[in-house]
Design a protein around this ligand. Structure first.
Ligand code: SF4
Ligand code: SF4
Ligand code: FES
Length: 264
């Protein structure tokens, strides 16, 4: 189905789950077509009239969102089999890309599979934020007094740090990663990117050893299979392959130093 075929109505099939650990099931909804609809506006339309194509009144679909402009990452879900942000993904795009939208071949919406489902399309992304705590993903300061001008940074370093700063903890890179799972301990590309980001900061680098200690552990950098699925799906186009390579090198140097100095 293409956007131009969808003169009046189109269909969305939602994977639903009534709560953590409950069995999932699908429900299909029919919606009036308008050009440039995003997926969140479809979910809002369903919430205002939660009736399936069988005429059954059901509980409104639950999803998460905040910024509505692809900044917070909260609305991330799997749409037509591909992970992305439901606030910036258009129905027209999915119809064109997948040929979906008809009753026989509806657009599918599913929660990310690598995070625990809270309800329906709403997942708990706490593991990503906990991983950021583990790597001390912050810049420590010892007061609010003026610290003077910072060290000079090359344009290249500034560009890389800016690119890494754009991570919105959405989870797309983890959803696409074959090594990352709900049960496993692999931290994934998002953490590698942020470890590099904070290690590159002059003051942030005072915690570099602590971060690299985490990178050395099981689930750290050596568990990355380098399949690079992560970089393909990152909506903010973070240089994740470069981050993985740089963190790999920093971790190796860190391990060699530890070996010769005996310092942990
Ligand atoms: S390179 Fe592959 S294994 Fe490593 S974080 Fe990216 S997707 Fe996962
Ligand atoms: S690295 Fe990219 S895909 Fe991964 S959490 Fe950050 S913005 Fe999302
Ligand atoms: S609502 Fe914030 S990224 Fe979509």
């Amino acid at each position: 189905m293409t956007a131009s075929d969808a003169k009046k109505n189109f269909y969305i099939k939602v994977k639903r789950q009534d709560g953590p650990g409950k069995n999932p099931y699908y429900q299909t909804f029919e919606l009036p077509y308008k050009p440039n609809l995003n997926i969140i506006s479809c979910l809002q339309a369903i919430a205002s009239n939660p009736v399936t194509i069988d005429g059954k009144q059901v509980a409104p679909v639950v999803w998460d969102c905040s910024c509505l402009e692809e900044v917070c990452g909260a609305c991330t879900m799997v749409m037509g089999g591909k992970v992305g942000q439901s606030c910036s993904t258009l129905v027209d795009e999915l119809m064109e890309r997948d040929g979906t939208g008809s009753k026989a071949n509806p657009i599918t919406l599913e929660p990310m599979s690598k995070f625990p489902v809270v309800r329906d399309l709403f997942v708990d992304r706490a593991s990503m934020f906990n991983n950021l705590k583990d790597i001390k993903g912050w810049v420590p300061i010892d007061g609010t007094h003026h610290l003077g001008g910072g060290p000079r940074e090359s344009q290249e370093e500034q560009d890389l740090r800016y690119a890494l700063s754009r991570c919105m903890t959405c989870g797309c890179c983890l959803e696409a990663c074959p090594q990352f799972s709900l049960e496993g301990n692999f931290v994934g590309a998002q953490v590698f990117g942020q470890t590099l980001y904070f290690n590159m900061h002059e003051t942030g680098a005072t915690l570099k050893d602590d971060r690299l200690n985490v990178m050395q552990q099981a689930g750290g950098i050596s568990d990355c299979g380098n399949a690079q699925n992560c970089v393909e799906v990152c909506p903010k186009e973070l240089p994740l392959v470069e981050a993985i390579a740089k963190i790999g090198r920093q971790t190796t140097v860190h391990s060699v130093k530890q070996f010769f100095t005996g310092k942990k």
